[in-house]
Write a protein that binds this ligand. Sequence first.
Ligand code: ADP
Ligand code: ADP
Length: 222
Amino acid sequence: CPLLSLQNVSKVYANGTVALEGVNLTLHPGEFVSLVGPSGCGKSTVLRLVAGLGEVSRGSLDWHNREQERQLAFVFQDAALMPWASVLDNVHLPLKLKGKRLRPSRANLQEAINLVDLQGFEQSYPRELSGGMKMRVSIARALVTKPTFMLMDEPFGALDEMTRGRLNDDVLNLWAQKHWTVLFVTHNIYEAVYLSTRVVVMAARPGRIVDDIPINQPHPRT
Ligand code: ADP
Ligand code: ADP
Protein backbone atom coordinates (compact mmCIF):
# COMPACT_ATOMS: atom_id res chain seq x y z
CA CYS A 1 0.00 0.00 0.00
CA PRO A 2 1.15 3.58 -0.56
CA LEU A 3 3.28 5.60 1.83
CA LEU A 4 1.51 8.84 1.03
CA SER A 5 -0.55 10.45 -1.64
CA LEU A 6 -1.14 13.99 -2.82
CA GLN A 7 -4.52 14.43 -4.43
CA ASN A 8 -5.28 17.42 -6.58
CA VAL A 9 -2.90 19.54 -4.50
CA SER A 10 -2.59 23.25 -5.15
CA LYS A 11 -0.33 25.64 -3.30
CA VAL A 12 -0.79 29.38 -3.38
CA TYR A 13 1.79 31.40 -1.39
CA ALA A 14 0.77 34.41 0.66
CA ASN A 15 1.89 36.80 -2.11
CA GLY A 16 -0.52 35.11 -4.55
CA THR A 17 2.05 32.99 -6.42
CA VAL A 18 0.42 29.78 -7.61
CA ALA A 19 3.33 27.39 -7.00
CA LEU A 20 1.38 24.16 -7.65
CA GLU A 21 -1.90 23.36 -9.33
CA GLY A 22 -3.69 20.02 -9.39
CA VAL A 23 -0.75 17.82 -8.36
CA ASN A 24 -1.46 14.09 -8.00
CA LEU A 25 1.39 11.98 -6.69
CA THR A 26 1.43 8.66 -4.85
CA LEU A 27 4.63 7.31 -3.30
CA HIS A 28 5.16 3.67 -2.35
CA PRO A 29 7.61 2.35 0.22
CA GLY A 30 11.05 1.64 -1.25
CA GLU A 31 10.64 3.86 -4.28
CA PHE A 32 13.39 6.28 -5.29
CA VAL A 33 11.45 9.10 -6.94
CA SER A 34 13.13 12.10 -8.52
CA LEU A 35 11.29 15.33 -9.22
CA VAL A 36 12.77 17.11 -12.24
CA GLY A 37 11.84 20.27 -14.07
CA PRO A 38 12.91 23.88 -14.62
CA SER A 39 13.47 26.38 -11.81
CA GLY A 40 10.23 27.57 -10.32
CA CYS A 41 8.10 24.56 -11.32
CA GLY A 42 7.38 23.78 -7.67
CA LYS A 43 9.77 20.92 -6.88
CA SER A 44 10.84 22.37 -3.53
CA THR A 45 7.27 23.26 -2.74
CA VAL A 46 6.26 19.60 -3.13
CA LEU A 47 9.10 18.56 -0.81
CA ARG A 48 8.24 21.18 1.79
CA LEU A 49 4.56 20.19 1.80
CA VAL A 50 5.50 16.53 2.24
CA ALA A 51 7.84 17.53 5.08
CA GLY A 52 4.99 19.39 6.76
CA LEU A 53 6.67 22.77 6.23
CA GLY A 54 3.54 24.58 5.13
CA GLU A 55 -0.05 23.63 4.38
CA VAL A 56 -1.64 22.67 1.07
CA SER A 57 -4.02 25.37 -0.19
CA ARG A 58 -6.40 22.96 -1.94
CA GLY A 59 -6.57 19.19 -2.26
CA SER A 60 -5.16 16.74 0.24
CA LEU A 61 -1.92 15.18 1.38
CA ASP A 62 -2.56 11.88 3.14
CA TRP A 63 -0.16 9.57 4.93
CA HIS A 64 -1.18 5.96 4.90
CA ASN A 65 0.36 5.54 8.33
CA ARG A 66 1.14 8.62 10.41
CA GLU A 67 4.07 6.86 12.04
CA GLN A 68 5.90 7.13 8.69
CA GLU A 69 5.60 10.88 8.77
CA ARG A 70 7.72 11.01 11.89
CA GLN A 71 10.46 8.96 10.26
CA LEU A 72 11.28 11.42 7.54
CA ALA A 73 14.50 13.39 7.27
CA PHE A 74 15.27 16.40 5.09
CA VAL A 75 18.63 17.09 3.43
CA PHE A 76 18.97 20.64 2.10
CA GLN A 77 20.97 21.88 -0.87
CA ASP A 78 23.49 23.93 1.09
CA ALA A 79 24.16 21.28 3.77
CA ALA A 80 23.01 23.91 6.33
CA LEU A 81 25.73 23.16 8.87
CA MET A 82 26.38 25.28 11.91
CA PRO A 83 29.78 26.88 11.29
CA TRP A 84 30.67 27.25 14.97
CA ALA A 85 30.11 23.56 15.74
CA SER A 86 32.32 20.54 15.08
CA VAL A 87 31.23 17.71 12.77
CA LEU A 88 30.20 15.65 15.80
CA ASP A 89 28.17 18.53 17.26
CA ASN A 90 26.58 19.30 13.90
CA VAL A 91 25.37 15.72 13.67
CA HIS A 92 24.18 15.85 17.29
CA LEU A 93 22.75 19.33 17.78
CA PRO A 94 19.49 19.22 15.82
CA LEU A 95 18.50 16.10 17.73
CA LYS A 96 19.40 17.65 21.06
CA LEU A 97 16.96 20.41 20.22
CA LYS A 98 14.20 17.89 19.55
CA GLY A 99 14.28 16.59 23.10
CA LYS A 100 15.57 13.55 24.86
CA ARG A 101 13.30 10.95 23.27
CA LEU A 102 15.45 11.24 20.16
CA ARG A 103 18.79 11.83 21.86
CA PRO A 104 21.23 9.38 20.31
CA SER A 105 24.15 7.74 22.07
CA ARG A 106 27.72 8.53 21.12
CA ALA A 107 27.71 5.11 19.39
CA ASN A 108 24.72 6.12 17.23
CA LEU A 109 26.47 9.34 16.25
CA GLN A 110 29.66 7.48 15.44
CA GLU A 111 27.77 4.92 13.37
CA ALA A 112 26.21 7.70 11.26
CA ILE A 113 29.60 9.39 10.83
CA ASN A 114 31.20 6.09 9.80
CA LEU A 115 28.43 5.34 7.29
CA VAL A 116 29.29 8.51 5.38
CA ASP A 117 33.00 7.78 5.74
CA LEU A 118 33.91 10.76 7.91
CA GLN A 119 35.64 8.92 10.72
CA GLY A 120 38.59 10.99 11.89
CA PHE A 121 36.79 14.26 11.14
CA GLU A 122 34.56 14.31 14.25
CA GLN A 123 36.35 17.33 15.71
CA SER A 124 36.79 19.20 12.41
CA TYR A 125 34.77 22.34 11.66
CA PRO A 126 32.70 22.88 8.50
CA ARG A 127 35.18 25.46 7.12
CA GLU A 128 37.87 22.75 7.12
CA LEU A 129 35.81 20.40 4.94
CA SER A 130 35.29 20.13 1.19
CA GLY A 131 31.82 20.60 -0.31
CA GLY A 132 31.32 16.86 -0.61
CA MET A 133 32.35 16.28 2.98
CA LYS A 134 29.89 18.93 4.19
CA MET A 135 27.07 17.21 2.32
CA ARG A 136 28.10 13.94 3.92
CA VAL A 137 27.91 15.58 7.37
CA SER A 138 24.43 16.71 6.49
CA ILE A 139 23.49 13.15 5.43
CA ALA A 140 24.97 11.81 8.71
CA ARG A 141 22.83 14.31 10.62
CA ALA A 142 19.77 12.89 8.85
CA LEU A 143 20.93 9.29 9.49
CA VAL A 144 21.00 9.58 13.29
CA THR A 145 17.24 10.02 13.29
CA LYS A 146 17.01 6.56 11.66
CA PRO A 147 14.72 7.77 8.90
CA THR A 148 12.80 5.49 6.58
CA PHE A 149 11.87 8.32 4.25
CA MET A 150 14.48 10.74 2.89
CA LEU A 151 13.61 14.06 1.33
CA MET A 152 16.55 15.56 -0.54
CA ASP A 153 16.33 18.99 -2.15
CA GLU A 154 19.06 19.28 -4.81
CA PRO A 155 21.57 18.00 -2.30
CA PHE A 156 24.48 17.82 -4.73
CA GLY A 157 23.65 20.73 -7.04
CA ALA A 158 26.60 22.83 -5.94
CA LEU A 159 29.24 20.10 -6.25
CA ASP A 160 31.62 19.17 -9.05
CA GLU A 161 30.68 16.18 -11.22
CA MET A 162 33.21 13.79 -9.66
CA THR A 163 32.04 14.47 -6.14
CA ARG A 164 28.41 14.39 -7.20
CA GLY A 165 28.96 10.95 -8.78
CA ARG A 166 30.51 9.58 -5.58
CA LEU A 167 27.73 10.95 -3.41
CA ASN A 168 25.09 9.58 -5.77
CA ASP A 169 26.55 6.13 -5.22
CA ASP A 170 26.67 6.69 -1.46
CA VAL A 171 22.98 7.57 -1.46
CA LEU A 172 22.12 4.54 -3.60
CA ASN A 173 24.00 2.27 -1.20
CA LEU A 174 22.20 3.74 1.80
CA TRP A 175 18.86 3.51 0.02
CA ALA A 176 19.40 -0.20 -0.65
CA GLN A 177 20.95 -0.96 2.75
CA LYS A 178 18.47 1.00 4.89
CA HIS A 179 15.39 0.26 2.76
CA TRP A 180 14.65 3.95 2.41
CA THR A 181 11.98 5.61 0.37
CA VAL A 182 13.56 8.66 -1.29
CA LEU A 183 12.02 11.77 -2.79
CA PHE A 184 14.85 13.58 -4.54
CA VAL A 185 14.74 16.99 -6.22
CA THR A 186 17.17 17.75 -9.01
CA HIS A 187 17.23 19.74 -12.22
CA ASN A 188 19.81 17.29 -13.56
CA ILE A 189 17.96 14.75 -15.70
CA TYR A 190 21.01 12.46 -15.92
CA GLU A 191 21.25 12.30 -12.16
CA ALA A 192 17.52 11.57 -11.93
CA VAL A 193 17.70 8.72 -14.43
CA TYR A 194 20.82 7.28 -12.80
CA LEU A 195 19.35 7.26 -9.30
CA SER A 196 15.66 6.71 -9.54
CA THR A 197 13.12 3.98 -9.91
CA ARG A 198 10.73 6.67 -11.14
CA VAL A 199 11.15 10.16 -12.58
CA VAL A 200 8.36 12.69 -12.14
CA VAL A 201 8.61 15.57 -14.59
CA MET A 202 7.17 18.95 -13.67
CA ALA A 203 6.51 22.15 -15.63
CA ALA A 204 6.13 25.74 -14.46
CA ARG A 205 3.42 28.43 -14.43
CA PRO A 206 1.55 26.90 -12.81
CA GLY A 207 3.70 24.17 -11.26
CA ARG A 208 2.29 20.81 -12.26
CA ILE A 209 3.22 17.23 -13.10
CA VAL A 210 3.48 16.56 -16.83
CA ASP A 211 4.99 13.08 -16.85
CA ASP A 212 5.68 10.17 -14.52
CA ILE A 213 8.18 7.66 -15.88
CA PRO A 214 9.20 4.33 -14.33
CA ILE A 215 12.91 3.55 -14.77
CA ASN A 216 14.20 0.03 -15.15
CA GLN A 217 17.48 0.24 -13.30
CA PRO A 218 20.38 -1.88 -14.47
CA HIS A 219 22.15 -1.82 -11.08
CA PRO A 220 21.32 -4.47 -8.53
CA ARG A 221 18.75 -3.33 -6.00
CA THR A 222 17.43 -4.96 -2.89
P1 ADP B 1 11.53 24.83 -7.75
O1 ADP B 1 11.98 24.12 -6.53
O2 ADP B 1 11.04 23.92 -8.82
O3 ADP B 1 12.56 25.80 -8.27
P2 ADP B 1 9.78 26.27 -5.93
O4 ADP B 1 8.90 25.27 -5.31
O5 ADP B 1 10.94 26.78 -5.17
O6 ADP B 1 10.25 25.72 -7.36
O7 ADP B 1 8.91 27.53 -6.38
C1 ADP B 1 7.71 27.42 -7.13
C2 ADP B 1 7.16 28.83 -7.34
O8 ADP B 1 6.75 29.37 -6.09
C3 ADP B 1 8.17 29.82 -7.91
O9 ADP B 1 7.48 30.73 -8.74
C4 ADP B 1 8.69 30.51 -6.67
O10 ADP B 1 9.15 31.81 -6.98
C5 ADP B 1 7.47 30.55 -5.79
N1 ADP B 1 7.78 30.51 -4.35
C6 ADP B 1 8.54 29.59 -3.70
N2 ADP B 1 8.55 29.84 -2.39
C7 ADP B 1 7.80 30.95 -2.20
C8 ADP B 1 7.41 31.71 -1.06
N3 ADP B 1 7.81 31.39 0.18
N4 ADP B 1 6.61 32.78 -1.27
C9 ADP B 1 6.19 33.12 -2.49
N5 ADP B 1 6.51 32.45 -3.61
C10 ADP B 1 7.30 31.37 -3.47
P1 ADP C 1 34.43 14.78 -1.31
O1 ADP C 1 33.91 13.80 -2.29
O2 ADP C 1 34.12 14.40 0.09
O3 ADP C 1 34.15 16.21 -1.62
P2 ADP C 1 37.10 15.56 -2.00
O4 ADP C 1 37.39 15.19 -3.42
O5 ADP C 1 36.87 16.97 -1.66
O6 ADP C 1 35.98 14.61 -1.41
O7 ADP C 1 38.29 15.02 -1.09
C1 ADP C 1 38.66 13.66 -1.18
C2 ADP C 1 39.09 13.21 0.21
O8 ADP C 1 40.17 14.04 0.66
C3 ADP C 1 38.01 13.37 1.22
O9 ADP C 1 37.11 12.29 1.29
C4 ADP C 1 38.81 13.51 2.50
O10 ADP C 1 39.17 12.26 3.01
C5 ADP C 1 40.02 14.27 2.02
N1 ADP C 1 39.84 15.70 2.27
C6 ADP C 1 39.14 16.57 1.52
N2 ADP C 1 39.17 17.79 2.02
C7 ADP C 1 39.95 17.70 3.13
C8 ADP C 1 40.38 18.63 4.12
N3 ADP C 1 40.05 19.91 4.09
N4 ADP C 1 41.17 18.17 5.12
C9 ADP C 1 41.53 16.91 5.17
N5 ADP C 1 41.15 15.98 4.28
C10 ADP C 1 40.38 16.37 3.27
